[in-house]
Design a protein around this ligand. Structure first.
Ligand SMILES: [Fe+2]
Length: 200
């Protein structure tokens, strides 16, 4: 069984003016698609063929890990964006206030970490085993699943995510990324994580 490139949940121009159709086209149809294709090539005939993406991320390393994680990370990134106006659930809001003080402070911490992450990587909002939220800046393809953390939201800070629109101005991309966050997706991830950890 081969992995398939997910369908984008919106048109390539849906995120204009904050992320252009050209950026989405390159990012999704070239970079993201490239990771899917490479992963399929690498797992062919290996112990990971037929395994879930999560299993591969938790148990592989090097090229297979990098490409599997990049597939997961990009799936998560696209689902985490929306041109429609959304709001955090009451539960998510209260946990953000408990763990970061307020939404504005959370935004500042998240964007500061994303700005400061050296080189390529991803910034995540995660739910930890102790049920607390934290912000994790992870390099390259690295992924919170490896650390037993549950992903709620991610931001891609690889240059391919913003260079066409913003050149080297990562901080400007991040300010506009924030306007596109699909808070329903984040809230749903939290609700699902709470159900799963309660039943575990
Ligand atoms: Fe990317």
């Amino acid at each position: 069984m081969k992995f398939e490139l997910m369908s984008l949940p919106y048109e390539e121009n849906a995120l204009v003016p904050y992320i252009s159709a050209e950026t989405v086209s390159y990012h999704y149809a070239k970079h993201h698609a490239g990771y899917v294709k490479k992963l399929n090539t690498l797992i062919e005939g290996s112990e990971f063929f037929g395994k879930s993406l999560e299993f591969i991320i938790k148990n592989s390393k090097d090229g297979i890990f990098n490409n599997a994680a990049q597939v997961f990370n990009h799936d998560f990134y696209w689902h985490g964006l929306s041109a429609e106006s959304t709001a955090p659930s009451a539960k998510l809001s209260s946990m953000i206030e408990r763990d970061f003080g307020c939404m504005e402070e959370f935004k500042k911490l998240f964007l500061d970490k994303a700005t400061a992450l050296f080189g390529s990587g991803w910034v995540w909002l995660v739910l930890n085993q102790d049920k607390k939220l934290s912000i994790e800046a992870l390099a390259n393809a690295d992924n919170p699943l490896k650390y037993e953390k549950i992903a709620l939201l991610t931001c891609d800070v690889w240059e391919h995510a913003y260079y066409i629109d913003y050149r080297n101005a990562r901080a400007d991309y991040l300010q506009n990324y924030w306007k596109l966050i699909n808070w329903k997706f984040v809230s749903d991830n939290l609700a699902e994580a709470e159900v799963n950890t309660t039943n575990a």
